[in-house]
Write a protein that binds this ligand. Structure first.
Ligand SMILES: C[S@@+](CC[C@H](N)C(=O)[O-])C[C@H]1O[C@@H](n2cnc3c(N)ncnc32)[C@H](O)[C@@H]1O
Length: 425
């Protein structure tokens, strides 16, 4: 067996990332997935039909089993999550919490507590957060089917089931279809008195109508009206979250939500300023051709050190590597990142299980993490160590050089750059 193949196997056996959704390998390991895999007549590569809900559901199920030892299922038609996209949100929360921008006011408790609004039948965020990071969760929902299946998905994973509570949102049916949110309670009336959480998270119903949802013709991820739609869409839903957050200022360190349309960010940010938040942060989640955004806010005064040193500096930069040659995987990219920095005299600490490298030089201390978005596409993210003060532009200059070097080594096609400023403090 050649050197590269051996490396690939080692990487898979580390069992931690989404790095080899090599459908052929997954099919040979999991007989339930095998019927959905076919081989391209053009180049013989294993593929699935992304328009087949049964295939995407099986893929999610085997990825969760293969990488996270999670037993998972949803009934026909319910929203089927893409694992890398959901994991990106969890990793963003991890960065927010570890940045210490908002101090941890219950530091004595060493378990992170999250609140997942609309956990869905798939219960994906609590399952990933608990298995990846040992976080505990309250996951809420309104529909019987979501509550029943979320419970089932928790019970089927006894190794983490004690970390997750599924909570029913009580409400009376409302038939309004106006612009503003008039549906079931979201936070106020659901969060109990004296409960404290490190964060809330939400993948809200993005759309006003199912037509607007327009379900991507290239994939079939299911999604019922109860999951995809609410009066006023995401704008109204997140606005209600903001109103609720004013009443629950002290109950959460961070309030966060996924946002489906970039155009919603501007209004939501203005609304947040109006209600007097101390911090607003946004980010972009890129997955293949699809982008989603994250918005986070807090009412707790940020730590002074962070405010003074970071306001004007980009502290997270990302770029995409697309069209990666088939023989390469994220592990090879990580190794190349390591050589790149070692050649310039920096010291590097490689963590192959979590696919990051800590880079320490005389000027900088930062982390490079590699995420697989879809087969052949990687997201490379560089983040400064919390509290690090840098010469403005230094990190982006290094990052451009790194992008160029990786592109030359691994990609057949273009490289698209997304420099993200996650510091809208
Ligand atoms: C887009 S789905 C998200 C499901 C899952 N979190 C995911 O990311 O795949 C939105 C979910 O929010 C639920 N929902 C709608 N209004 C809600 C409310 N007021 N409180 C809690 N859940 C709600 C829906 O039933 C649905 O399960």
């Amino acid at each position: 067996m050649g050197k590269k193949k051996k490396r690939r196997r080692e990487e898979k056996d580390s069992g931690k990332s989404y790095l080899v959704p090599d459908f052929g390998v997954l099919a040979s390991l999991y007989p339930s997935f095998e019927p959905y895999v076919f081989y391209s007549p053009a180049d013989g590569s294993p593929k699935i039909n992304w328009k087949d809900f049964n295939a995407t559901r099986q893929l999610t199920s085997v990825l969760l089993l293969h990488h996270h030892s999670l037993t998972w299922w949803i009934p026909d038609g319910q929203l089927c999550p893409t694992v890398p996209n959901r994991a990106n949100y969890i990793h963003w929360l991890e960065d927010l919490l570890s940045s210490d921008i908002i101090p941890n006011y219950h530091r004595d408790q060493n378990i992170v507590k999250g609140f997942d609004i609309g956990t869905g039948a798939n219960c994906i965020y609590p399952l990933l957060g608990a298995s990846l990071l040992g976080w505990s969760f309250v996951g809420t929902d309104v529909t019987d089917i979501a509550l029943e299946w979320a419970e089932r998905n928790v019970k089927n994973n006894p190794q983490i089931s004690k970390l997750i509570e599924i909570r029913k949102v009580d409400f009376e049916e409302n038939t309004s279809n106006g612009e503003s949110y008039s549906g079931p309670p979201i936070l106020v009336g659901v969060v109990k008195t004296d409960e404290k959480f490190d964060f809330c998270m939400c993948n809200p119903p993005f759309f006003v109508t199912m037509d607007e949802a327009g379900l991507n013709p290239n994939t079939s991820c299911g999604g019922t009206p109860a999951e995809m739609v609410c009066p006023g869409g995401e704008q109204a839903f997140i606005s209600r979250m903001i109103e609720d957050s004013v009443q629950l200022k002290q109950s959460f360190r961070w309030f966060t939500s996924m946002v489906g349309k970039k155009s919603s960010l501007k209004n939501l940010t203005s609304k947040l300023r109006e209600v007097g938040v101390t911090v607003v942060k946004t980010t972009e989640f890129v997955q293949g051709q699809t982008s989603r955004w994250g918005i986070a806010w807090s009412f707790i005064p940020p730590s002074k050190k962070i405010v003074s040193s970071h306001v004007a500096t980009k502290n997270i930069l990302t770029f995409m590597l697309e069209g990666i040659h088939r023989q390469f995987c994220a592990f090879h990219v990580l190794q190349s990142v390591e050589s790149f920095f070692k050649e310039s005299g920096a010291s590097c600490k490689l963590n192959t299980a979590s696919f990051y490298i800590d880079v320490i030089s005389s000027d900088l201390h930062f982390r490079i993490t590699v995420f697989e978005q879809i087969p052949g596409t990687l997201l490379v993210r560089g983040s400064l160590k919390p509290g690090e003060i840098v010469v403005p532009g230094l990190l982006s200059t290094i990052f451009l050089q790194l992008e160029d070097a990786l592109k030359k080594e691994f990609c057949s096609g273009k490289v698209s750059t997304h420099l993200l400023d996650s510091n809208h403090a």
